[in-house]
Unconditional design. Structure first.
Length: 369
């Protein structure tokens, strides 16, 4: 039989850190635990009992004269295992969580021009914490938490994942988003503006608030949203930077940032925008409420000048000195205490006004009662 001190020596070898390449260290650690060299004085002859025990444990260790060291096969085998595990970890890792250095001040201006991303903020705040209600013929939807909370918001999202949700309609871990999120308009937002907007979102105070599930969604909703996106979503290529010419910039803001077109253009029965009635208003806007015609037709804003439009967007006052109410008042003042149109750069509001006076006039009476 194998002597007890030799067997214990071999077993202790398995507990030694195999990361140490110095086999002399292995031997010293294996022998340092009070193990007596029972073969002292036996010269260099090997103990057949120890050799037999060494063969029993395969190639884990080689024992000679009461001492054991890990075999070379064990060392290289464990190195290979660690290499494979490291490669698997890299393959399964999510995209880098590093964030681009965007301009947060400009990002705040974009946030204001985007009406404070109002659907993502409840009436009384906090800003971006989710819960804004959007009622549609296809169900009631609630804006998601876009604060940097790591568990319920976008704190663990990479910049690319946030960009995909805004511009591509692809939500992390969910897939295709409902068309109630107007990603097909935001798709035309300049790359630089999206980067700055994301940088600003990361400055919002993180709010731990679980997203509310949508109500009354279609069966197999994600498949339906994917089909809708394929058929109806026209996603223009995004320019690297936003245009600077006043009229071109006004159109850019109306269609891709402030997205006036989203509420002021009617939709068909499948929820797709009817571009033949571009900005001509609708009797059935968000929440089933009327949205006015803002084309320069007699039934729209023909009698308004650019100053009237800017005054509305900054103070909420109509040319007849009445004030706007409801959702429009919210996007001007800002949802839940956040920035709104009134906080946007005046030159951008002037660009919007200049463009609205240039669009094709469309005859469409909208009863605001």
């Amino acid at each position: 039989m194998v002597r007890r001190d030799q067997r214990d020596c071999c077993l202790r070898t398995r507990d030694i850190d195999i990361g140490d390449r110095d086999t002399g260290t292995f031997a010293r650690e294996a022998l340092s635990d009070g193990t007596a060299d029972s073969t002292a004085g036996a010269g260099n002859e090997s103990d057949p009992l120890v050799e037999a025990h060494s063969s029993d444990i395969g190639q884990l260790a080689v024992c000679r004269n009461g001492g054991c060291v890990p075999s070379r096969r064990l060392w290289f085998g464990m190195r290979r295992i660690r290499t494979v595990l490291a490669l698997l970890a890299l393959m399964n890792a999510r995209p880098s969580q590093t964030h681009a250095a965007g301009d947060t001040e400009h990002g705040r201006a974009i946030f204001a021009l985007a009406a404070g991303c109002g659907c993502h903020t409840p009436t009384n705040g906090p800003v971006g914490s989710g819960g804004g209600e959007v009622v549609t013929p296809f169900g009631t939807f609630y804006g998601t938490n876009i604060t940097p909370d790591p568990d319920t918001g976008i704190g663990r999202w990479s910049d690319d994942e946030v960009r995909a949700a805004i511009c591509d309609g692809s939500a992390r871990d969910k897939g295709a988003e409902a068309p109630v999120m107007p990603y097909y308009y935001y798709a035309g937002m300049a790359d630089a503006d999206v980067t700055d907007l994301i940088a600003y979102l990361r400055t919002l105070p993180p709010v731990r608030q679980t997203n509310r599930p949508h109500q009354g969604e279609l069966p197999l909703a994600r498949w339906a949203y994917r089909a809708w996106r394929r058929v109806f979503a026209r996603r223009p290529p995004a320019p690297p930077t936003a245009p600077t010419d006043e009229i071109a910039r006004g159109r850019y803001l109306v269609e891709h940032v402030s997205i006036c077109v989203d509420c002021h253009t009617p939709r068909n029965r499948l929820g797709a925008p009817d571009l033949s009635m571009y900005l001509a208003g609708t009797q059935h806007g968000p929440g089933g409420k009327p949205v006015p015609n803002i084309t320069p037709h007699q039934t729209g804003i023909h009698d308004w000048d650019a100053g009237d439009i800017v005054g509305l967007l900054t103070m909420g006052m109509l040319p007849n000195m009445d004030n706007v109410q409801g959702f429009m008042a919210d996007v001007i003042d800002g949802h839940g205490g956040g920035p709104g149109y009134k906080d946007a750069p005046v030159d951008d509001l002037k660009a919007i006004a200049a463009y609205l006076k240039r669009v094709a006039p469309i005859d469409n009476v909208v009863d605001d009662k």
